[in-house]
Design a protein around this ligand. Structure first.
Ligand SMILES: Cc1cc2nc3c(=O)[nH]c(=O)nc-3n(C[C@H](O)[C@H](O)[C@H](O)COP(=O)(O)OP(=O)(O)OC[C@H]3O[C@@H](n4cnc5c(N)ncnc54)[C@H](O)[C@@H]3O)c2cc1C
Length: 402
């Protein structure tokens, strides 16, 4: 958060009033509730006019990244103002205008580790939805054991030449840039000799091969580097010290702080009780199926507590992302997402199993199975939950490394 001055209660009340009024006037109806959200890619056209208008207005205001400094395209909001904005957005079910690898991962990392030149060059473009990024971490054989990665970068004059392969690169086909972990000293121990670089995707040395899923979709890719070029000015942090930068980025990713904003959309999750009442009928004023009712209640309570814990983490920190404790958010948040889709699948019953072309169910109902399947991956991506439990044991609870 950029503002260090503590605002008075009166100033915050004024900020709330202004924010409320601005949102009421500027958030179009089509940007409220579930719907498309820009990921900043220059290769994806947003068809929905309200979503486009909302993005333009939020960019103008700096509220695509409300807490970033204004000189990098952010809103310059203090922690308290940021939380007020989230509450006001939640009240009108406003979707975030932008949600991307840029805003949630590389942006916060550059704010901490980037040079002034890197911040000037990349952050404003992220804030303005003019560039999307992808993550070049995993390699065949280097997933949980990420530090064993072998893709290498060698210095040549004013640039590095990169050779090797990454895998599971989500959205590489739509990305403009990649942040990548590469080996720059093959003789150093595993965690040393790794560097963190930025790399433009549209260049001859980068080849992207989609990985086709059973569903026919290809959300991720194999990415090959054959003398791909990263400029020396695109090295983030010190040469051979990239492990520290790369780990910090993962903490930003795992914190789920983005979902504090995304939760404001009042998307699927808030509809669970209403939907259960509609689909399963009522016994008095309660959901008729007692067993499902108590599971839904448990989920609603856990979800509420989780959101409050995330919020408390923002309040207790300087507004920045906490450290290894983010692994707790990752485990709990991903299991909650899976619980939600287990429950909504049960609630929708046969209406949750319609094939994509069938029109006897609503669009949201049609998505049930694919979302249920997708969120199976939530306990794997950004580091599997088993690996997060190891981190919690060692780095949060201080248990011996055995
Ligand atoms: C949907 C999705 C999107 C992804 N997007 C990206 C991306 O954009 N960029 C990117 O770089 N990567 C991406 N990944 C890759 C992801 O980071 C890896 O899949 C993850 O880190 C696990 O690595 P792995 O698949 O190699 O499994 P492995 O490391 O082979 O693990 C296999 C199993 O062993 C368990 N295991 C491994 N080590 C331990 C241990 N020490 N203790 C206990 N259990 C252990 C794991 O929990 C897992 O169950 C994505 C993955 C998914 C599913």
């Amino acid at each position: 958060m950029s503002s260090t001055l503590k605002a008075s209660a009166q100033e915050l009340a004024e900020f709330r009033r202004d924010t409320h009024a601005w949102l009421a006037e500027n958030c179009p109806p089509g940007a409220r509730g579930p719907g498309p959200i820009s990921n900043g890619s220059t290769k994806i056209v947003i068809d929905d006019s309200d979503t486009r208008l909302w993005l333009e207005r939020m960019v103008e205001k700096g509220w695509t990244v409300p807490a970033w400094p204004t000189e990098y395209g952010g809103g310059g909001l203090s922690k308290d103002q940021y939380l007020i904005l989230l509450e006001e957005m939640r009240d009108i079910r406003a979707r975030p205008a932008l949600s991307s690898f840029g805003t949630s991962m590389i942006g916060p990392t550059l704010l901490e580790f980037g040079t002034e030149e890197q911040k000037q060059r990349h952050l404003t473009r992220i804030a303005r939805a003019q560039a999307e990024w992808c993550q070049g971490y995993s390699e065949p054989g280097s997933g949980s054991d990420l530090a064993s990665l072998r893709t290498k970068a060698e210095a040549h004059g004013d640039h590095y030449l990169i050779n090797g392969q990454k895998i599971w690169t989500s959205g590489a086909h739509n990305a403009d840039w990649m942040f990548i972990l590469v080996r720059t000293d093959p003789n150093a121990s595993k965690h040393e000799g790794i560097s963190f670089m930025l790399l433009p995707m549209d260049q001859p040395g980068v080849t992207i091969k989609p990985i086709r899923l059973l569903s026919g979709e290809s959300p991720f890719n194999e990415t090959f580097f054959d003398n791909a070029v990263a400029q020396k000015e695109d090295l983030v942090g010190e040469l051979n010290k990239g492990w520290t930068v790369g780990k910090r980025l993962l903490q930003h990713e795992r914190s789920g702080m983005e979902s504090l904003v995304a939760g404001s959309a009042g998307g699927g999750e808030q509809g669970l009780v209403a939907e259960a009442k509609k689909q399963l009928g009522l016994q008095g004023r309660k959901i008729a199926d007692a067993e499902l009712r108590s599971k839904i209640l448990r989920y609603e309570m856990d979800n509420k507590v989780f959101r409050l814990a995330q919020r408390r983490a923002v309040e207790e920190s300087d507004g920045g992302t906490p450290g290894p404790v983010t692994s707790i958010f990752k485990v709990y948040g991903s299991e909650l997402q899976q619980d939600f889709y287990d429950l909504i699948t049960q609630v929708r019953g046969v209406r949750g199993f319609a094939a994509p072309q069938e029109d006897w169910v609503s669009e949201r109902e049609r998505e049930t199975t694919s979302r249920w399947l997708y969120y199976r991956a939530a306990s794997i991506y950004s580091g599997s939950n088993e690996v997060q439990r190891n981190i919690i044991a060692k780095r949060v609870l201080g248990l011996p490394d055995g």
